[in-house]
Design a protein around this ligand. Sequence first.
Ligand SMILES: [Zn+2]
Length: 436
Amino acid sequence: MNVLIKNGHIVDPYQGIDEAGDILIEDSKIKEVKTRSTQPGAEIAEQISKSEDADIRTIDASGLLIVPGLIDMHVHLREPGYEYKETIRTGTLAAVKGGFTTVCCMPNTNPVNDHASVTEFIIRKAKQEGYCTVYPIGAITKGQRGEELAEIGTMKNEGCIAFSDDGQPVMNSTMMRRALEYSKAFNVPVISHSEDLTLSEGGVMNEGLISVTLGLRGIPAEAEQIMIFRDILLAELTGGRLHIAHISTAGSVNLVRDAKKRGINVTAETCPHYFSITEDAVKGYNANAKVNPPLRTGRDVEAIKEGLRDGTIDVIATDHAPHHVDEKSRPFDTAPFGISGLETALSLSLGLVREGVLTKNQLIEKMTLNPARILGLDKSAFRTGSEAELVVIDENKEHEVKAEMFVSKGKNTPFDGWLLKGVPLMTFSKGKLYEW
Ligand SMILES: [Zn+2]
């Protein structure tokens, strides 16, 4: 397949490109990239022109944004074990539709990815059926039970690129200390789902006035912050590599900011729902707004944005957590936590650029370069000779979110019916072009 994409605005944080340009793709590899300044008065540089007889499809990308394939370092693909919620096939299709060409899947499957045999299964299945590249994240402890460390070294050799007991926080501090010691020895990040279960127990939403009004058990911000603080202290003690998952509170942003200032090896992510909506979305007992950590207050949303702006928060990930419609239809108290996030993440995140929170380049960094660095992935994007992994985005196209149209099996989104701006039009992933 030969494609010439002309006159797009290329933003590539890997190579520091933020210019207009043309990209020629031959046999699904980057053959040539030519960029030119978008500044008025700049010299008109040479463009790539196709030879008359060549079998090349030309795409006019005037007014469109071209970025490297996005990386989502926090998804739940549910396979093996929960194929009724999502599969590697449907989850990676949702990823590609959302502009992601690389996803990292959490280990809370059945069986748990706590053994090289499960890692091997996921990688093999993803090679056969996956629309994008999948890197598994291994469990920190066997069965995510928090009692005994999993075989981190063996699983790393099999292909796990990080370790986490996401969904089941490591409550035992000694266990977390050991995990961080391993992370240093094996040079892999440990991803902390920071939640003190003794404080959050029974909670289903943010603790505050709204939880009282609705008569629902609340989860205080401290349940998250106490564990982030503990893990920062343990990272300091061990020199291990700590990554904090899905930050949701103002206090958490402050803790990570201070730790970074003190030179501790910590990075952090947040998700689009934590900077787009508040606990208000829960009103009416909307189980599609039930997520863990819970949606917080307007003050927290502002602090998350500030954390993104000043670099405290390195990464935007989705925490894509698909569930079956029957599960989310249960009463709020018993419905499972989670949002199906892959197909709305980019649109919601582009809102940060329009609001002036991030520049376009900073946003794309948080969805490409930064996760690649944290995970040690060698991504080359638009370097000549590398496989084409890119997304063509129309930043101005408005579209209504229709959950029933999601290609993910999980239709659980609090954004159903929202009018969003900015949408991926084309994704090159694993050598193929997908158009929407
Ligand atoms: Zn989590």
